[in-house]
Write a protein that binds this ligand. Sequence first.
Ligand SMILES: [Zn+2]
Ligand SMILES: [Zn+2]
Length: 151
Amino acid sequence: MTYKQFRRNTRQREVILRCLQATTCHPTASTLYDLVRKELPRMSLGTVYRNLELLAEIGLIQKLQFSGEANFDGTPDPHPHIHCEHCGRIDDLPIDCCPTIEFTQTSGYKVTGYRLVLSGICPECKAKESEQDNKESVLSEPTSPLNTQDI
Ligand SMILES: [Zn+2]
Ligand SMILES: [Zn+2]
């Protein structure tokens, strides 16, 4: 690797990390790619993937795999999440219930990881669902027989 390439890679990694840390939406690689390209339009999706894997490996970010495509979290410390079953959106839970320190002291376990995920339906999906329900009940209402004369 030339010095120029090294510098470019470092800059790309910095931008990826900064964009990820600036958002709370736990993006997938392709969602983050859209954000990163606003700053570095020539970056490829492959570069974003590679750097995210690397950043997760060295513990600067977290890779979350709840279903299908992996999501990335700019906060490296373990914390609880909630995952929307419909759209895959992930949010942080505003609670601090990581019991590892006390548990380590009392149980004799050495805790090496932490994962707490609630599953649910996010506010947007919930709103869409009730909209759908309303439409369906409108459609299923008996309609006036407009075209009976044509038959
Ligand atoms: Zn949702
Ligand atoms: Zn998170």
